[in-house]
Ligand binder design. Structure first.
Ligand code: FE2
Length: 221
């Protein structure tokens, strides 16, 4: 209702109502509190002890090999943001995960005998001005003791800022996974539980997944 034709509205009560309803949007710093910081999780034992020869953001093809990795191809993307929602550029994003047979790029991995020689298992990407990263990888699979997950490490100016993991939304293994359950706050749990959705235009059944990472930093404008 327009204030001018509202017989019950004085300017004071109108502004009063606005102030109550919208205070959260105008109070400095409050918006930042609405972003759920991505919870830190264990690095686990399988951060590569020897980096692969290829460490680019395409984990499906190693260097100029012709044979791709086995698995459900997934475009995994997202943004690295500060606590105030501003993008963090030049953040080094690293991911590592096991191959479709549960083997990591690590000398002490399980399932070493079944290792997929075409899966890179580890990749890096440096964010641009919008804080965005992109990987082509596989949809993670379970291995004994763990629900499917992808490990992440974010570094800024060479310093580790966050080590975490993301999970598949709706996967029945999540609720039984000790690391996942270790995230007590339901909103923080949700923040690391992401959709792996089919890409409509893809004729070969590729998936897309989006994982935004919110750090505790507050970058300046
Ligand atoms: Fe793992």
């Amino acid at each position: 209702m327009n204030m001018a034709n509202c017989p019950f509205c004085s300017r004071r009560t109108f502004l009063g109502g606005l102030a109550i309803g919208s205070a959260a949007w105008f109070a400095p710093g409050v918006f930042a509190e609405e972003l759920i910081r991505t919870p830190a999780q264990t690095e686990g034992p399988f951060y590569p002890d020897k980096l692969p020869l290829d460490t680019d953001n395409d984990l499906i093809i190693i260097n100029d090999k012709l044979t791709p990795a086995v698995g459900e191809i997934t475009y995994l993307s997202g943004r690295i943001l500060g606590a105030n929602g501003k993008p963090l550029k030049n953040a080094a994003v690293e991911i590592w995960q096991c191959d479709n047979n549960g083997a990591y790029p690590h000398s002490r991995t399980g399932n070493a005998d079944k290792k997929d020689p075409n899966f890179q298992g580890f990749g890096r990407f440096t964010t641009g001005a919008a804080g965005e990263y992109l990987f082509r990888t596989i949809k993670p699979v379970p291995y004994p003791g763990r629900s499917p997950h992808i490990h992440f490490k974010v570094k800024i100016k060479g310093k580790d800022e966050l080590t975490t993991q993301c999970y598949i939304k709706g996967h029945p293994g999540n609720e039984k996974d000790g690391v996942y359950r270790g995230i007590r706050d339901p909103q923080a749990r949700d923040s690391v539980t992401i959709d792996f959705a089919p890409i409509k235009e893809s004729k070969i059944g590729e998936l897309a997944a989006k994982f935004d990472i919110i750090l505790g930093l507050t970058p300046e404008a």
